[in-house]
Write a protein that binds this ligand. Structure first.
Ligand code: PLP
Length: 356
């Protein structure tokens, strides 16, 4: 028997979340972002749920090739562009669309020999200060790109740093419109947060990622309550041992948890080597047989321990949900000081994953 830990990918939830994204941006086409192995869900497992999208956005050429093998004939966008001249051969071979964010990439395109024109998304740095041309340099970059024989359609692209927070996007939207003024071509600006909260930034193509997986761009479960998103991944395991500790006894490495009274504790087959964060503190939510309870003691490599006070009748073999359909991943993440994105991407190789 394998360990009772597994992740389940909910195909219907992915499809549902894509419909929700479309409802929020009804006039835009969608790049479904599936970088990082579809945010940990697995490219091949996520694909059937998301195939009603207009295009897929990702980073790795290998992922792009895999998507073509899955018979996806539609647009694929390389969100970071390419890194060396031979990448352009792969882009050409698989008919990929690529971001272009710097002169080095433009130079490589100028030198390339292509079988057909490549569509590009010329990236503007409108304030994130990661990738792209500043608004002042954007027009010259666009003119240079347009002069390249091998370049087909040019979409104008930028990325927001604060679409989920109080800073907002007004300053970046203003910078974008200033830099792109008078330049023809489709626009692509919005990540998930902007899809949900900034309809003025939707334009021609939107690029949702996290909402397709049913989690919150802000990391706060309350921010996506009642909009119909469904968690696309459930991480579940079982109780493999039960201990009753006396008042004053501790549990696990470092004896970080000391029982105040006689307490029933379960040991669950899931640890940091599975991708469950070791930093998860006491109080992190866990669901045992449908009852919400909490983590106690330190997470170890292969196990973690859970307080059974609210559910005293459970025992070995009882089902434990670490996050998923009944426990928002963002609740677990915020307890750990991070966001759902990080947890889902960090699911370890050794965890068996199946799609349903
Ligand atoms: C990852 C990424 C997205 C999707 O971001 P979410 O917050 O997951 O919606 C969109 N655009 C670019 C350029 C990205 O790198």
């Amino acid at each position: 028997m394998p360990r009772p830990l597994s992740a389940t990918i909910h195909t219907a939830a992915l499809a549902n979340n894509l419909v929700v994204a479309r409802k929020f941006a009804p006039k835009s086409r969608i790049w479904a972002v599936i970088k990082a192995n579809a945010y940990g869900h697995g490219l091949a497992r996520a694909f059937p749920g998301l195939r009603a999208t207009d295009g897929f956005g990702l980073l790795d050429l290998e992922e792009a090739a895999k998507l073509r093998e899955l018979d996806w004939a539609g647009p694929i966008l390389l969100l970071e562009g390419f890194f060396c001249p031979t990448d352009i051969d792969v882009i050409d071979h698989y008919s990929l669309t690529t971001a272009v964010h710097c002169d080095e990439q433009l130079r490589m395109l100028e030198m390339a020999r292509l079988s057909k024109p490549i569509n590009i998304q010329l990236k503007m740095n409108s304030g994130m200060n990661r990738l792209g041309y500043t608004p002042e340099k954007f027009r010259a970059a666009w003119a240079r790109a347009r002069a390249v024989q091998g370049v087909g359609q040019i979409t104008l692209m930028t990325h927001f740093s604060d679409a989920d927070g109080p800073h907002g996007i007004a300053h970046q939207l203003e910078a974008f419109e200033r830099g792109a003024e008078g330049i023809a071509g489709a626009r692509s600006l919005s990540n998930s947060a902007a899809v949900l909260w900034h309809p003025d930034a939707h334009f021609d193509w939107v690029r949702p990622g996290i909402i397709l997986y049913g989690a919150s761009p802000s990391g706060k479960t309350a921010d996506i309550a009642d909009i119909g998103l469904k968690p696309a991944m459930t991480l579940a395991s079982e109780i493999i041992a039960v201990q009753t500790v006396e008042a004053g006894q501790s549990i696990g490495y470092g004896s970080t948890y000391v029982a105040a009274r006689p307490t029933k504790i379960s040991v669950v087959a899931c640890g940091y080597a599975d991708g469950y964060p070791r930093v998860a503190p006491e109080g992190t939510p866990v669901i045992v047989e449908g009852v919400r309870t909490q983590l106690v003691g330190r997470v170890s490599m292969d196990m973690l321990t859970v307080d059974l006070t609210p559910c005293p009748s459970v025992g070995i073999g009882s089902r434990v949900e670490l996050w998923g359909a009944n426990l928002p991943i963002d609740d677990v993440a915020s307890s750990c000081g991070t966001i759902g994105y990080e947890l889902m991407c960090a699911i370890a190789q050794r965890v068996p994953v199946r799609a349903e």
